[in-house]
Write a protein that binds this ligand. Structure first.
Ligand code: LLP
Length: 427
């Protein structure tokens, strides 16, 4: 099994050398628990795999997956760069010490004000449309400004329809067949378009679509190079690299994946005589997904028409199972080696029937008071959490070699009212 699961001598779930049950005793539940070393390992495994075959390579961590400041600081210390999608994410990166040349901005449907704001922060922009290019030229001085353009490689893949970002149904990027014209337009406006970007989707374990996307992005880039005379300083293939969520799924052999893709990339560079631009990738999930578990406590076991294990978190805490039907492996952290006894539904505490972490999930005999580990919750877990049902957001705990630190305090009820104003006439 390729899932990141460790068990300690007490038969409890171990996260980065800390006992999951002790963490819940100490910090309460629900809590997101982050394993620092796993983040470092994931980043280094990924970076080393590609840079070994193509040394002029940079990782731009797609921070939408997890913007916890400690997580980002860990990646900053590793030398990682960041891909951002909003001025708020850019601001966060700059606050944390990422210099602007380590930040990419890949926004879509953004306003003139936001375009200017991120430009003024000095970061490199992956521009998503002709509209954005023209509007950018109106709000900043385009002369000599380096720019990258997002193209639709007409290849799409992803774990769910909502996460497929290439092809005719995708709102992202410019059309493949208008690329030459759009790069020329950017040049005519005075920009220096030095980059090309594509991103086909998220949660992809099959290497094939990546290869197709590299081929098609490079064919677009090659044509732009030949016909618009653009010399690319970098080619950015986005993110999307999946991780196993189920016990059956196999992790990608990242070294082999890197080797194959770099080989193909280099063939294409040669075919179009494009020199040696820097290669960018923007993994989010790969870096953080399996470095974080969500710990919850069982507060009710109910036999109705089905058997429900009720826990003290819901889709306000982790939305992925409800939003995408995503599988997250669940373990009884209080008795890791107990034999599987039955198939049960694991339900949250939100007042909606869709609030389920799992249906028909084989688990041991789970009892009230047990701690469950909902695994692989590091990517798009906390960042998609909400206040729905007026539940404060949970704490995040960082673990490093067994030492646990609160890196985000649990919210209080008063945080729910923050920024709300009752008008005088209603007082
Ligand atoms: N680059 C761009 C331009 C992106 O839009 C994304 C993700 C990434 C990189 C990183 O993709 P990753 O390597 O993490 O797959 N909320 C969904 C995932 C949405 C992904 C959005 N874009 C989920 O929970 O599965």
């Amino acid at each position: 099994m390729d899932l990141n699961i460790k068990v300690n001598e007490k038969d409890h779930l171990d996260i980065g050398g800390a006992d999951a049950c002790d963490l819940v005793d100490k910090f309460g539940s629900p809590i997101y628990v982050i394993d620092e070393n796993r983040i470092r390992d994931n980043y280094n495994r990924f970076y080393n795999a590609f840079s070994k075959y193509y040394p002029d390579f940079k990782v731009f961590y797609a921070c939408k997956a997890n913007t916890n400041l400690a997580v980002m600081k860990i990646l900053e210390s590793e030398g990682c760069c960041v891909d951002t999608v909003s001025p708020g994410e850019v601001y966060t990166c700059e606050k944390l010490g990422f210099s602007p040349d380590r930040i990419l901005f890949t926004g879509n449907n953004i306003t003139d004000e936001e375009l200017k704001e991120v430009h003024d922060m000095g970061v490199i922009l992956n521009v998503d449309s002709v509209s954005a290019i023209k509007r950018l030229a109106n709000v900043v001085d385009p002369n000599g400004l380096k720019l990258s353009i997002r193209v639709n490689p007409m290849v799409g893949a992803g774990h769910h329809a909502h996460t497929i970002t290439g092809g005719v149904m995708s709102k992202f990027g410019i059309m493949d067949n208008e690329a030459v014209e759009v790069y020329q337009l950017a040049e005519d406006l005075g920009f220096d378009p030095v980059g090309i970007h594509s991103h086909i989707g998220s949660g992809i374990l099959d290497p094939e679509p990546f290869k197709l996307a590299i081929g098609s992005t490079m064919d677009i880039a090659g044509k732009v190079h030949e016909e618009a005379g653009v010399d690319f300083e970098f080619v950015d293939f986005g993110g999307g690299i999946g991780v196993p969520y189920t016990p059956e799924e196999k992790a990608l052999d990242i070294d082999h994946f890197a080797h194959e893709n770099v080989k193909f990339f280099e063939e294409k560079l040669k075919e179009y005589n494009m020199g040696k631009p820097t290669m960018f990738l923007e993994p989010g999930r790969y870096i953080v997904a399996d470095a974080v578990d969500l710990l919850v406590k069982v507060n009710s076991v109910k036999q109705s028409y089905r058997k429900y294990i009720g826990v003290d978190a819901g889709f306000n805490t982790l939305l992925r199972p409800t939003m995408y039907g995503s599988y997250h492996h669940i373990v009884d952290a209080s008795k890791m080696s107990a034999p599987i006894k039955e198939e049960v539904d694991v339900a949250g505490d939100v007042c909606e029937s869709g609030d389920l972490f799992a249906r028909d999930r084989p688990l041991p005999e789970v009892e009230e008071g047990d701690v469950l580990g909902i695994l692989n919750a590091g990517a798009y877990g906390f960042t998609m959490a909400s206040h729905y049902n007026s539940r404060p957001l949970p704490a995040e705990i960082l673990v490093n070699n067994g030492n646990a630190t609160v890196v985000r305090k649990a919210e209080t009820y008063d945080d729910l009212f923050r920024n709300q104003i009752i008008p005088d006439y209603l007082q």
